[in-house]
Design a protein around this ligand. Structure first.
Ligand SMILES: C[S@@+](CC[C@H](N)C(=O)[O-])C[C@H]1O[C@@H](n2cnc3c(N)ncnc32)[C@H](O)[C@@H]1O
Length: 292
């Protein structure tokens, strides 16, 4: 797809409504629950490198040499930039609800000419014609897509995929521990996200969602990333990532009266102790399918 075929369905926004809670910035005009600030950019970059180090790749779908690639939910944009570098002949679009200027990590990795960042809301439909892309990728939007909207969103990803093209989804789930602190973190995350209609248990169903959207040749994998020192460098990365994820939830939990700063700190300390005592995993899920 050439750039000129790209069109917006909705008027461009310059900045969304936001609120500052406990020193973290959150958007208020979308269901998205995680912070949008420098701390979160650092966490997302860190998580990107953790996933790439586990998979030894940025994606698993057998995409061949795609001409047009779409990434939904750019985050820091690092996935799109690296994939644009991997396929210099391809056009890579990366879409996020926040305007491209809000992406602050591009200072570290220059944006290649074949990579463009656009603003859009996947819950309102993608601003692209049918069958525009050979590869459509969406990673870690469980904190953004309300549970009942998942089938629509996956159908929308499928709509913009060409026949023979691939859709890949990656999601995660809270760590399922066997002690009280990890149970509490799990419950807080499920409760806080449910209040926004989100479903953080969607991960294991992503293969089924692709199948229900009409895709074929579905491949689904659990990615049981070790968490804690027993998992070596990757395990330490996963624990650091988990800590940073919950520090993004802390202001929301406190604002909703679910805990206070001292209660949160004590649970986090307990969670690290439980992680040190067991060989747990931080679950991620990946699935891809081909449009007939
Ligand atoms: C958890 S981050 C994941 C970012 C990136 N995909 C990654 O794996 O690092 C989710 C991203 O989705 C974006 N987002 C949230 N709601 C969205 C929506 N309705 N449409 C498009 N992007 C959205 C957020 O701004 C954020 O950048």
């Amino acid at each position: 797809m050439r750039w000129r075929f790209w069109r917006r369905r909705t008027a461009p926004k310059t900045a969304g409504a936001e609120v500052i809670l406990g020193g973290r910035r959150y958007v208020t005009d979308a269901p998205y629950i995680l912070p949008k600030d420098l701390g979160e950019i650092n966490r997302l970059d860190f998580q990107h490198f953790m996933l790439r180090s586990f998979l030894h790749a940025n994606f698993l779908a057998p995409v061949g040499q795609p001409h047009d690639i779409l990434d939904v939910g750019s985050g820091t944009g690092r996935w799109a930039i690296q994939v644009a570098q991997q396929f210099p002949q391809a056009n890579v679009f990366s879409l996020d609800i926040e305007p491209p200027q809000a992406r602050q990590s591009a200072v570290v990795e220059a944006q290649p000419d074949n990579c463009v960042f656009v603003q859009g809301d996947v819950l309102q439909g993608l601003p692209f014609p049918d069958a525009s892309f050979d590869f459509v990728h969406q990673r870690l939007l469980m904190g953004a897509i309300p549970g009942p909207r998942w089938p629509d969103v996956v159908r929308e990803l499928t709509r913009v995929t060409r026949p023979g093209g691939w859709v890949e989804l990656v999601e995660a789930a809270p760590v399922a521990g066997n002690g009280p602190a990890l149970h509490q973190l799990h419950d807080w995350m499920v409760q806080a996200t449910r209040m926004r209609g989100l479903d953080v248990t969607i991960g294991p169903r992503i293969g089924d969602l692709l199948r229900e959207a009409g895709l074929q040749h579905i491949t689904y994998h659990d990615l049981p990333i070790p968490i804690g020192a027993y998992g070596g460098r990757l395990g330490v990365m996963a624990e650091t990532q988990y800590d940073a994820l919950f520090s993004g939830f802390r202001p929301i939990l406190v604002a909703r009266g679910m805990t206070d700063d001292a209660g949160f700190a004590s649970i986090m300390q307990g969670a690290h102790a439980e992680i040190a005592q067991s060989q747990l995993t931080s679950p991620y899920y990946i699935a891809f399918g081909q449009r007939p």
